[in-house]
Design a protein around this ligand. Structure first.
Ligand SMILES: NC(=O)c1ccc[n+]([C@@H]2O[C@H](COP(=O)([O-])OP(=O)(O)OC[C@H]3O[C@@H](n4cnc5c(N)ncnc54)[C@H](O)[C@@H]3O)[C@@H](O)[C@H]2O)c1
Length: 359
């Protein structure tokens, strides 16, 4: 199957692209390399995916990337074909309708996994309009073309942020999503609602995946993600600042990247005409535990200081029973092992991480 993956240079999108290629699908990757975090990080992700396509011309120096690729391939426990699929990459913007139209016309994808987005909550408070422009208008462009080109399945990468602050119980897919408490969360709610309308009006098959983060694992998105900062700070012997609603006891339903990839692929492969699934772990772990897992992986202490209790921080945990039952979704990773993998890949290229000044 030919699958258009938007946000293919990002953390999750690059993992999804490789998994699809490994299992024999042909991927058309799209990303605009926005400046939310450094371009070289995203280019590295794209080059890693190019390596998974054995037919692709390799246009980069392999010395640094090959050991990372080998580890990621080793870690991936999903389906793999002897004859992998292909990867074709386009740099372009989902808000540019004419560009997108040309891409659909040329490539004729059969399915879309839509992960391109302005991600991250705090940045959305400072820059609300870019969030609605990309996450709502960009999504509408993709849905319009998916309808016009008779796409077989549209998977929308949504977020636990649609639930707002719901620490009272594990959230289920039936819960109210009209009370987002961030512009990011609100933009994802809007994306979901437009997906629903396209399904009802045009019969476009859509599955919405409410991703519970922070997603962690090797090459985690570098900015705004605690695990990656903790890895860098431990390596560099620096004291880390902790934000969060309950300081070190703040707990998040943090999912390992390959478990999340499995959930997204199960959404893609499902036969539902429209449905919504939570994919998380349902077992939130405290920041204290995240720190301990990084310390264990390095065999070295990390000094942490709670600088500010962030009362606007949102806490929610997923009820994943629907995905378990209907998608066969089954997250497996133990946090200590997942963080060890993140640290092991970091150790292959600590100098490269120094090029990211904010981490
Ligand atoms: N990482 C998490 O913990 C998490 C949790 C919940 C939901 N999500 C969702 O999953 C998706 C992927 O997240 P990620 O962590 O990989 O983030 P990411 O920032 O690494 O990836 C998103 C990619 O989208 C691209 N992009 C942004 N605007 C674009 C545009 N206008 N046109 C084309 N490309 C554009 C970016 O350049 C980036 O490479 C996002 O939709 C995000 O909201 C992520």
């Amino acid at each position: 199957m030919k699958v258009l993956v938007t946000g293919a240079a990002g953390f999750i999108g690059s993992y999804i692209s490789r998994a699809l290629v490994w299992r024999g699908d042909n991927v058309v990757g799209l990303d605009n390399f926005n400046d939310y975090y450094p371009r070289n990080c995203k280019e590295f992700n794209v080059d890693l995916t190019r390596l998974s396509d054995l037919q692709a011309p390799q246009i980069f120096e392999e010395s640094e990337i090959r050991p990372v690729f080998d580890k990621l391939e080793d870690y991936y426990g999903g389906k793999k074909e002897d004859k992998p699929g292909t990867f074709t990459f386009y740099e372009g913007d989902i808000t540019d309708y004419d560009f997108l139209n040309g891409l659909f016309e040329k490539e004729k994808p059969e399915a879309v996994i839509h992960l391109a987005a302005m991600a991250g909550v705090p940045y959305s408070t400072k820059n609300p309009r870019i969030y609605t422009y990309v996450n709502v208008d960009g999504t509408t462009n993709l849905l319009t073309l998916s309808k016009d080109y008779n796409i077989r399945k549209f998977v929308f990468g949504s977020s636990s942020s649609v639930y707002g602050n719901r620490e009272d119980k594990k959230v289920t897919e039936q819960d109210d999503v009209s009370k987002a408490v961030s512009v990011y969360g609100a933009s994802k709610v809007a994306g979901e609602v437009i997906c629903h309308a396209f399904n009802v009006i045009f019969g476009l098959p859509v599955v919405i995946d409410r991703i519970f983060g922070p997603i962690y694992g090797p090459l985690q998105r570098p900015y705004g993600m605690f695990h990656q900062r903790a890895v860098n700070y431990t390596y560099n012997g620096k004291k880390i600042k902790v934000y969060g609603k309950y300081g070190l006891k703040t707990a998040k339903d943090s999912t390992y990247i390959d478990d999340q990839v499995e959930g997204i692929l199960e959404c893609l492969d499902s036969n539902f005409l429209f449905d919504v699934f939570n994919t998380g772990t349902s077992e939130p772990l405290q920041i204290q535990t995240w720190i301990e897992s990084v310390e264990t992986a390095f065999g070295k202490k990390l000094e942490a200081e709670v600088v500010e209790v962030d009362t606007s921080d949102v806490v929610s945990s997923a009820d994943i029973s629907k995905a378990q039952k209907m998608l066969n979704y089954s997250p497996k990773m133990n946090m200590y092992e997942g963080v060890k993998r993140q640290v092991d890949v970091f150790k292959l290229m600590p100098e490269w991480y120094k090029t990211m000044e904010k981490v």
